[in-house]
Design a protein around this ligand. Structure first.
Ligand code: FES
Ligand code: FES
Length: 180
């Protein structure tokens, strides 16, 4: 067994120091050592995007990195997106737009979408689809995922009863909500 290396990683605002094997993947470190099980493993071959997190503000597939490569860096997982018990706008939008079915792809989709909107706050539908091309969903057909991201880009505000400002895109998607 390779000797362990001490790493310190800030995850969702908390600093963690652990001894890890050099071969340990970041996603395994997050899930198995730090209990961040909202970050999922769908393939561990860099295909599905279920493991997407932010590293120093940039989205990365955490199955594609070793934990030791995150030493000294900041990681945000899906569990760090909500603030003070309030869902982040993208989380609320995915909920309100029915942008998930089984939910397996959802954490990665939201993390990648957040990164996309940070780089391009007002993407077109095609830019959203291109930005999410590294994240696979086997359930939704993507239409409502794109609608959720677009609604946040368009500044739609949600409350407990649903959509308070309804863009045409959401209306267009009402028929396809939940379609696999
Ligand atoms: S688990 Fe990382 S891309 Fe699929
Ligand atoms: S909602 Fe099931 S994989 Fe996307």
């Amino acid at each position: 067994m390779a000797s362990s290396i001490s790493i310190t990683v800030e995850v969702d605002g908390v600093s963690y120091t652990d001894d890890v094997e050099p071969r340990l993947l970041l996603v395994q470190h997050l899930r198995e050592r730090l209990g961040k099980t909202g970050t999922l493993i769908g393939c561990d071959t860099t295909n599905c995007g279920a493991c997407t997190v932010h590293l120093d503000g940039v989205s990365v597939k955490s199955c594609t990195m070793f934990a030791v490569q995150a030493d000294g860096h900041q990681v945000i997982t899906i569990e760090g997106m909500a603030q003070n018990g309030k869902l982040a706008p993208l989380q609320e939008a995915f909920h309100q737009c029915h942008a998930l079915q089984c939910g397996f792809c959802t954490p990665g989709m939201i993390m990648q979408s957040a990164s996309l909107l940070k780089e391009n706050p007002h993407p077109t539908e095609s830019e959203i689809r291109e930005g999410l091309e590294g994240n696979l969903c086997r359930c939704t057909g993507y239409q409502n995922i794109v609608a959720a991201v677009k609604s946040v880009a368009d500044g739609v505000q949600y409350d407990d009863s649903g959509v308070s400002v309804s863009p045409s895109m959401l209306e267009d998607n009402s028929e396809t909500a939940g379609v696999s």
